[in-house]
Each structure stands twice: as structure tokens, then as C-alpha cells.
Design a protein around this ligand. Structure first.
Ligand SMILES: [Mn+2]
Length: 432
């Protein structure tokens, strides 16, 4: 058992909580009385919320960028060790992000057993492994400039397959059980590639990766409509994703990134459909206004996030084929401190989960079956309108986290302290 040393002083958290405790007790009691009138025991909700968690991506700990620029902040992490430290800060204060989803080759080290122990010493474990065949690395034999798993070049496809297999091997050492595969393969011009044959090549190569999965692993296929390819993308939508997952086999599931759809698509319906066919594997949470904006979860459309969780709660009540979706934040923090964004986002995600739990399912189903449209809608609206913040704060505090995570984080002076210790990151552009 690895001894745990968390990065923020427990005394500082305790002092901050002592200031906020009386107000929280009052708010929690008031909400408890309100929920009790609807037959809901707040402590049971608290237990569900306390058990909820979402993974954070290692790359999310650094400032993201756009195609145009990146504006680093002083004290940003520059390697996986510093990223783990920052992720530990997020989990220590928020208490609902105990796992980090690493990315290879960005997070490569020479000793993964040591990395796993290092994470454990910070109170963290590892979530899904993300492979990367959407960019070239120094010294790479074959370029991915015209595709990876779907490349027309056999040696390139083999290289992409081998990279994914290496990711599985690393993941085994880190204690992961999911491989998330997103490929940028696609075309920028009509006629550039044969749309049918390129999918055949992808499916053949993906089957080679699938064949290397250990028995308890899953392969999560992440679709995305466009970018970097702007005419056609190989796994562009949930339809392509579920067809590929069905062809690959039971360990292949679909991963829904909230930003990877056409504008105004009904994502909660996609969630229900994927679940219906036992193919809902996981989520990348973020928000968007125009495209794959990778904005903070719930910052633009928190209602959509609530409706997604409403489907997830329904799915949990009617499980099919091992319902165990993996939840991860996938955002690009261009103008905020990534720690603050992920603290705020994890809270928003947990809040939408809590609100979905509050839906009176009996009333909802009765209204649906009786075609009482307004009352069905009101069953959702009543839950959405509840301010669940006291439940989230109580869950954090009872686990040793902060009642007010952002204020406590700022009081800790973490970033200014790290600015003194860490090497400055370079300028440059690039979406991560
Ligand atoms: Mn994603």
C-alpha cells in the first residue's frame, strides 16, 4: 500500500471549511426539508453523489490552445509528473476526480510501475488510455499525414496498430481497462479517398487492435464529425461508431464526446440509442457553442448535460449488456487556470447527475404513458430547477475536500508557488 501525500495542506482546507460550515449546514437542512416534502431522503442522495466520479485528462492540466495560438500561464505543468500533481489538487479539493486519463506518447515514461505508484501516492489511479495516431512524432517511420488506421499504406496502418497495442501494454501496467481510440483519418476533398474502401481499411486495422485487448478490457470508439479532416471523417458520427463497434465485437463500445456532433443534434437521444443496443461505453464531457469548442462542461448548455444524465439514470434503471459508462472531462482550457476549470466542470457534471437523480421517475413514466406532455416535462423541470449545491458541498467536505473549492484553491497559492518551481512552457499552437 502506497502512503498518500496530498499536495494541499489539510489545515488550510479545514480552516476554509470552518468558515463555511455553518452556512452549509443551514442550506443542507433547508434543502433536506424541501426534498422530504417530495418523498426524497437527502442523505440517500448524498450517498449517490459521494460515490459519483469523473476522470480528468492528463492533457487538460495544461493550457490548451487553438489552431491560432496558445497562451501559457506561469506554473503550468510541463510533464506527466507535474500534471499528476495538479490532478491531485483537483481531486483533493473536489473529491470526485480520482482517476487520470493519460495520453500516449505525450505521457511516456520509462517505468510505468513507478508512475502508477507515484499516482497512488497522490491519491490517484488511471482511467482510459488514449492513443494518438493523429500527429507525427520525431523519428517516426511512417507519417500519419494521410491517415493512420485507415491509411492506404500498409506499413502506416501496421504502425498505427502497433502503437495502439503498445498503449494497451502501458495501460495494463497502469491498471487501466479501457483503450480510447480516436483517429483523425478522413479527407479534405471530394474524391480524395474511396469512402467505402477507407472504412474497410479502418475496420481491418481496428480488428487487429481489438484482437490484442485483454479479456477484461474495452475499446472505446470516439466519433467526431469533422476536424482535422473537413470533407469526410472515417468515424464521423454515432451511426458509423455503433456499426464499427458491432462489427468489432462485444468489447468495442461507443464513446460520446459532447462536442463531436453536428450543431443542435439531440445528444441525449443518441445516448438512449447507444444504450438500447448495449454499446454505450463512455463520455467526454465538455460544452460547445459552434463546433468542437471544448469549452467547460455546462458553461453553454447545462440543460443538455442534465438531459444526458437523465438518460443515464434511466439506463441504469434498465441496464443492458453491462452498463458501465466511463466518464471523463475532455476540455481545452484556453483562457482559464486548468485546475479551476476542471474543479468547476467536475462540480457541474456532478450537479447534473444529482438533478437527474431527483427526477420523480414514477411521475415521469406515468405522465409519459398517459400522454400528459406538460406533466412529463414538469417532472424533468422540477428536478432541473433544484439547487443541489449543498449536497455536492457536503459530499466534498465529508470526504476531506473543500466546501468552496475555488476559494480554497486560490487561498493555497498553488499556481504562484508552482510558477517559482516549474519551467515555463513554450509558446506555440495546437489543439489538445
Ligand atoms: Mn474527446
Amino acid at each position: 500500500m502506497t502512503a498518500t501525500t496530498l499536495p494541499i495542506s489539510a489545515d488550510l482546507i479545514a480552516e476554509a471549511n470552518a468558515r463555511d460550515a455553518a452556512a452549509l449546514d443551514e442550506d443542507y437542512a433547508a434543502l433536506g426539508r424541501k426534498l422530504e416534502r417530495s418523498g426524497i431522503a437527502i442523505d440517500a442522495m448524498l450517498d449517490r453523489v459521494a460515490a459519483f466520479s469523473v476522470a480528468v485528462p492528463s492533457w487538460g492540466a495544461g493550457r490548451g490552445g487553438t489552431r491560432f495560438a496558445k497562451f501559457p500561464i506561469a506554473g503550468e505543468p510541463t510533464n506527466i509528473h507535474e500534471k499528476l500533481e495538479d490532478c491531485a489538487v483537483i481531486n483533493q479539493l473536489g473529491r470526485n476526480t480520482p482517476r487520470v486519463s493519460p495520453h500516449f506518447p505525450w505521457d511516456k515514461v520509462s517505468d510505468y510501475t513507478a508512475l502508477r505508484e507515484e499516482a497512488a501516492s497522490l491519491g490517484l489511479g488511471f482511467d482510459a488510455i488514449n492513443s494518438n495516431t493523429f500527429q507525427d512524432q520525431p523519428g517516426q517511420a511512417h507519417s500519419y499525414s494521410t491517415g493512420s488506421l485507415a491509411s492506404t499504406v500498409e506499413a502506416t496502418r501496421r504502425q498505427a496498430v502497433e502503437h495502439n497495442i503498445e498503449c494497451i501494454e502501458i495501460g495494463r501496467q497502469l491498471g487501466s481497462t479501457d483503450l480510447t481510440v480516436w483517429v483523425g483519418d478522413g479527407t479534405n476533398f471530394p474524391g480524395q479517398q474511396d469512402l467505402a474502401r477507407s472504412l474497410d481499411r479502418y475496420l481491418d486495422a481496428a480488428a487487429d487492435v481489438y484482437a490484442a485487448l485483454p479479456s477484461d478490457w474495452r475499446m472505446l470508439l470516439e466519433h467526431k464529425m469533422f476536424e482535422p479532416a473537413f470533407y469526410s471523417t472515417i468515424i464521423s458520427d454515432w451511426g458509423s461508431s455503433i456499426l464499427a463497434a458491432q462489427e468489432l465485437g462485444p468489447k468495442a463500445k461507443c464513446l460520446v464526446d459532447l462536442g463531436h456532433h453536428a450543431p443542435n443534434v439531440n445528444i441525449e437521444q443518441i445516448v438512449a440509442r447507444l444504450h438500447r443496443f448495449g454499446k454505450l461505453g463512455g463520455f467526454h464531457f465538455n460544452d460547445s457553442k459552434y463546433g468542437d469548442d471544448d469549452l467547460d462542461s455546462g458553461s453553454i448548455n447545462p440543460h443538455q448535460l442534465f438531459l444526458v444524465f437523465n438518460e443515464l439514470v434511466e439506463a441504469e434503471l434498465h441496464p443492458r449488456d453491462g452498463f458501465a459508462p466511463s466518464y471523463m472531462i475532455d476540455q481545452s482550457h484556453n483562457v482559464t487556470d486548468p485546475i479551476e476549470s476542471m474543479l468547476s466542470s467536475a462540480e457541474t457534471i456532478a450537479a447534473c447527475f444529482a438533478k437527474a437523480l431527483l427526477v420523480d421517475r414514477e411521475a415521469l413514466h406515468a405522465a409519459q404513458d398517459g400522454n400528459d406532455t406538460m406533466m412529463a416535462f414538469q417532472a424533468l423541470r422540477r428536478a432541473y430547477n433544484v439547487d443541489v449545491a449543498p449536497i455536492l458541498a457536503r459530499a466534498r467536505a465529508q470526504a476531506g475536500g473543500a466546501i468552496d473549492p475555488l476559494a480554497t484553491y486560490r487561498a493555497s497559492q498553488w499556481r504562484p508557488r508552482k510558477a517559482q518551481e516549474r519551467t515555463a512552457v513554450g509558446l506555440g499552437a495546437g489543439i489538445v
